[in-house]
Design a protein around this ligand. Structure first.
Ligand code: PLP
Length: 411
């Protein structure tokens, strides 16, 4: 079969025939699905036949979204959830139990660090490494380690993980690597192809693109060999082979926690995702041009993996194919100055989100990272004077002029 390019796959990959020749996936806004016979429904519940029963477990519109992401991430199967956080917690708790440890890097999304704090209550301990290098990860491995976790580009520290090298390190210890691909998406990097075993995306961001729904999705690869002594929860699902992880999730925690994706939101994602390639291309080029421009202004310093001043520039170059994502941060000198710049900007919205078509700005220390300790904040690359910019698809000349007036006006 011909392997289509990224944009063609977005539009035509995994195409199904819909009623009446519809070109968009119908919204199956139905809580449950009727079957002709009792035997038929029994088979579905017993995993002996494919089919839909109840939307908390699966739904045809959600299924179409899952299949699209599986194709884009070149994975084996996906499970879509009500939010990125739901996808992360489901993905982790499916294989972790009390007494287990996770090794994770520090430059993580604030919500994920808070989730890790919650997991401590359940006896799951996280050991942090300052830099996402294979050596640093391996140094934290104990007999209790069951998972390595990293983001492709840390948000907001903008540190880049060497996915292939960290995956190799994980596998040397019989541990899977889970990667949060939200900031990069499958447009910039496909972690499963580089050796990662589970990929999680908050689809609320670039995948949806227009910020009209919250959702998340996890996707598995097919290569990891689960040691059933270390992951005993997978034992009853052995017969599903490489699908054991997904079978356990769908038959267990996913349906029982109940954080399923609404069909309407899956549909909005399916609409948004058609332009993911075009948007990412424009957002990455806008971000690079804006970063280079801001770098010439006095009074601020710019952090962006696309600038040679970033310690991650070389790795980003090699791993992301000459594109660097669309998030940059600015150190402004003080919180007062950061607020003054935010308030003087005319185009961007001040809000806590990334990955929208519109440019978004925020002061992380007083918002998304407010609940982190000072130590956690510094480790996550959040400073009192820091502004995070999620660059949109506007005309970049307008963005440059707007940032120039806002920054110039506060000096
Ligand atoms: C937003 C985000 C999440 C959480 O996703 P929600 O959809 O908001 O629950 C997780 N990881 C990263 C990197 C994010 O940016």
């Amino acid at each position: 079969m011909t392997e289509y390019g990224f944009n063609t796959t977005l539009l035509h990959g995994g195409k199904d025939a819909y009623p009446f020749g519809a070109t968009m996936t119908p919204i199956y806004q139905s809580s449950a699905f009727a079957h002709a016979t009792a035997e038929e429904l029994e088979k579905i519940f017993d995993n002996k036949a494919m089919g839909f029963s109840y939307t908390r477990i699966n739904n045809p519109t959600v299924d179409a979204f899952e299949k699209k992401i599986t194709k884009l991430e070149r994975g084996l199967a996906s499970v879509a959830c009500a939010s990125g956080m739901a996808a992360l917690s489901n993905a982790m708790l499916n294989i972790l139990q009390s007494g287990d440890e996770v090794v994770a890097c520090t430059g993580l999304y604030g919500g994920t660090i808070e989730l890790f704090e919650d997991l401590e209550t359940f006896g799951i301990h996280v050991r942090y490494v300052r830099d996402a290098t294979p050596e640093a990860f391996e140094a934290e491995v104990t007999e209790h380690t069951r998972l390595f976790f990293a983001e492709t580009i840390g948000n907001p520290r903008l540190d880049v993980t060497d996915v292939a090298a960290v995956a190799e390190a994980a596998h040397r210890h019989g541990i899977p690597l889970m990667i949060d691909n939200t900031v990069t998406t499958s447009y910039l990097i496909r972690p499963l192809e580089l050796g990662a075993d589970i990929v999680v995306n908050s689809a609320s961001k670039y995948i949806n693109g227009n910020s009209d729904s919250i959702s998340g999705i996890l996707t598995i690869g097919s290569k990891f060999k689960w040691d059933l002594e270390r992951y005993p929860g997978l034992k009853p699902y052995q017969k599903f082979g490489p699908m054991a992880y997904i079978a356990k999730l769908r038959n267990g925690l996913f349906r029982n926690l109940g954080a399923c994706l609404a069909p309407q939101n899956a549909f909005l994602n399916l609409v948004g995702i058609e332009t993911l390639g075009l948007r990412m291309e424009r957002q990455c080029s806008n971000a690079l041009e804006l970063a280079e421009f801001l770098d010439t202004l006095d009074g601020i310093t710019v952090n962006y993996p696309g600038l040679s001043s970033s310690p991650y520039h070389e790795l980003a170059d090699r791993q992301l194919g000459g594109r660097y994502g669309a998030i940059l941060t600015l150190r402004t000198g003080s919180k007062k100055k950061a607020f003054a710049i935010l308030n003087a900007l005319k185009i961007p919205y001040i809000l806590s989100n990334i990955g929208d078509t519109k440019t978004l700005v925020i002061h992380p220390a007083s918002t998304i990272s407010l609940h982190l300790s000072e130590e956690e904040r510094v480790a996550a690359g959040v400073y009192e004077d820091l502004i995070r910019v999620s660059v949109g698809i506007e005309d970049v000349e307008d963005l440059k002029l707007d940032f120039k007036q806002a920054i110039g006006g506060t000096q």
